[in-house]
Design a binder for this molecule. Structure first.
Ligand code: C2E
Ligand code: MG
Ligand code: MG
Ligand code: MG
Length: 283
């Protein structure tokens, strides 16, 4: 809203909008230096294999320790990073850190996999495959422990390109997981066209599985199809014993969610690993 006052022009925004816009612009600006300023941190959330009662691996989830805003969550800054393209360099940093972590686990004789989320802007970036290969080499990283999580909607965006990139990533030894599966519009039969290894059922289907027959039917159908296609299935958003019971009933073995642990910082990781191991033995 603009008003005229003695030839001067004032632009008046509602208080809410200016604050929101200010924060957006500040985050957008600061994001370019977040990596070099060492403000980004990776949190780790365990993925548990209940059939073997062991920890299958972890998902790497970004957090931003902003000097004035405090902890900023990915739902806020990842879309900004995607819009500006900053996600490409941030993404390489995450892969680099993931390689270090996998290497460290190898030296500690831990067999954990580590999953990293990959945005569309990263996949389409020039030299993405070369950069990933270089990071694997530089980190001397056993690539069979690295998993790339790519959402179903990204895969469906450009099927030909997706297929080429995924095939090349698989040739590097990286496994592919389809993230947020079920909420997109792809038919399950499309999956067999892609060289994918893992499906992650979106937590939207888990949340009310106890009351919602449709959700239970969808999860059951996903499990049937994934068995036919020999895919591993991870259920996200396992928050309760009831969720666990339902998924176990459908023969889903890989669980991720607050029932086991929230994503935790590197410092808290040893404690979480030991807590989950105790929990798995006694439950
Ligand atoms: P996502 O890949 O689907 O990750 C799962 C999200 O669900 C995480 O949110 C996790 O903290 C949350 N979650 C896990 N278990 C539960 C549960 O039991 N209940 C509930 N309510 N939530 C649970 P987070 O960490 O806020 O990340 C949000 C999204 O941001 C991720 O969704 C992913 O799409 C994106 N993201 C995070 N890190 C990165 C990254 O390094 N690169 C890219 N490109 N995207 C990232
Ligand atoms: Mg994910
Ligand atoms: Mg997910
Ligand atoms: Mg999700």
């Amino acid at each position: 809203e603009a008003t005229q006052d003695k030839g001067r022009r004032y632009v008046i925004f509602s208080h809410d909008i200016t604050e929101h816009q200010q924060r957006y612009l500040a985050l957008q600006n600061d994001l370019y230096h977040a990596v070099t300023n060492e403000e980004l941190v990776i949190y780790y959330q365990p993925i548990v294999d209940v059939s073997k009662t062991h920890i299958y691996g972890f998902e790497a989830l970004l957090r931003w320790e902003h000097p004035s805003y405090g902890l900023v969550m990915p739902y806020e800054f990842i879309p900004i990073a995607e819009a500006t393209g900053a996600i490409v360099e941030i993404g390489y940093w995450v892969i680099e850190q993931a390689c270090k972590k996998i290497k460290q686990w190898e030296q500690e004789n831990e067999d954990f996999s580590l999953s990293v989320n990959i945005s569309y802007r990263q996949l389409e970036a020039a030299h993405f495959l070369e950069r990933v290969e270089a990071l694997l080499k530089a980190g001397n990283c056993p690539s069979d422990h690295l998993v790339f999580e790519i959402t179903e909607s990204i895969l469906m965006k450009d099927i030909v390109t997706s297929n080429q990139v995924l095939t090349a990533l698989k040739a590097l030894g990286i496994r592919i997981s389809v993230d947020d599966f079920g909420i997109g519009y792809s038919s399950l039969s499309y999956l067999k066209k892609f060289p994918v290894d893992i499906l992650k059922i979106d937590r939207a289907f888990i949340k009310n599985i106890d009351e919602d027959n449709n959700d239970a039917a969808i999860v059951s159908a996903i499990m049937d199809m994934s068995r036919a296609l020999a895919l591993d299935v991870v259920a996200e958003g396992i928050e309760t014993k009831k969720h666990l019971e339902w998924l176990t009933k459908f023969n889903c073995h890989y669980m991720q969610g607050y029932l086991y642990s929230r994503p935790v910082s590197e410092k808290d990781l040893p404690q979480v690993i030991s807590d989950i191991r105790k929990f798995l033995i006694t439950s």
